[in-house]
Design a protein around this ligand. Sequence first.
Ligand code: ZN
Length: 470
Amino acid sequence: MAAPETCDLIIRNACVLTVNSQRTIYPSGAVAVRGHTIAAVGSEAKILGAWRASRVIDAEGAIVHPGFIDAHLHVNAQTCRGFFRGDASKGSSGGPSYADWKAALSAEDEQAATALACVEMLRHGITAFVEPGSAFEPDAVAAATQAVGVRCSLADPYLWDDMELMKSIPGLISPSLARRVPLDRDRCLKLLGSQLHRNRDKDGITHGHVALYGEGTASDELLRAAKALADRDGVVLNSHIGYDLDLAQAMEKRWGKSRFIYLAELGVLGRNVTFVHMNLIREDEVATVLETGVSSVWCPFAYASRGTVLRQPTRLPEMKRKGMPVALGTDSARQSSAGDAGFLAFVMSAEVGHTLAAEEVLEMQTLGGARAAGLDAMIGSIEPGKRADIVVRSARLAELGPGVDPAHQLISVGHGATADTVVVNGQIVMRGGRPTLVDEGAVIATAHASATSIAGRLNLKPPGMWPRAA
Ligand SMILES: [Zn+2]
């Protein structure tokens, strides 16, 4: 027998969900990690026979899975929780709106919100997220993600140049936000691609993509320029479309045809295009959507919280079964945690008559997310050669027992903050449910101070129903 090879880390005594092309599960499995990369995965006997590591983690029989990917997270909204309830797109009746809150964020505020979100994500087994071009200071977001050790992809802030249709969602635009990120084509064309320099570091955890705000706020010229740049640099073009049904219909009226047909004719659809929400897909668009290979990110909380199902039940569970790559996203975590999307998708798919199996939800959170982020060659499964973004769930929590059906148990019951150990890019960034690179208490305290400071600047009070005693 050949002498064992050396590696940096072995995770053993694990129930490994690989999500590889055969979806292999190793009930008594192990993973070997060398540097940033997964060196091997297989049965424990095989891995321990072939590899020696300087560090060995005993998973105590727990579920080990590829890090989940939140394919759509407005990460700087994490600190506005408690200040805005209900449907933010409607705007507020007097007083600062959600858009005003965004416009008031400093770089320090964005850093504080991002650090809070990153710690929360790790606890829920999320190792990567896509920030869809809504952070004003991407450097601040990058600094926080690197400090906590979470992978992310960033884009240029608020590329939009046409506000005609935004009347349907007045709460998402305000004079203060329009002043901060003006609807100006020259600004957008100059800024376009400013985050792609992050991809030069091939071993890093911070990536760049191209994003337009979307929802009808981009001119044809801006759409074409963004797609051409995404093609040139081999990254995704990410954009909202179909969050609001009235706005979707207004787009159809303006374009004189179904939206995805129009975009296909414009030449801006393709495998490297990711659309967020897609709450409206007309029958005449299904073939185009499937043929062009676009990805979708379903944000089940945003879909459900606005009562969308009453007018337009989502087709995304059905579209996934037809072969469309579908990922999951949180959108903004104003009223949910970063780990809720999988469970919500699992439940809501039943409501629209296409009940997803736990395995299908897991595919959305791993391979689907990686594809939507344009990082599918790098992450999304536990396979040799991919980056070591790996989650070890706890072996000691009731909600992860009795552990006879790991995929189902993970999605239906154990989907909360049940991660024990998290590895990102080969580095252990959470151990025993606590982040290893930052002080969790300090992250929470800084986020609290930031939220209090922004509210003070805006003269904003939490809208709770009950009186607060002095
Ligand atoms: Zn969004």
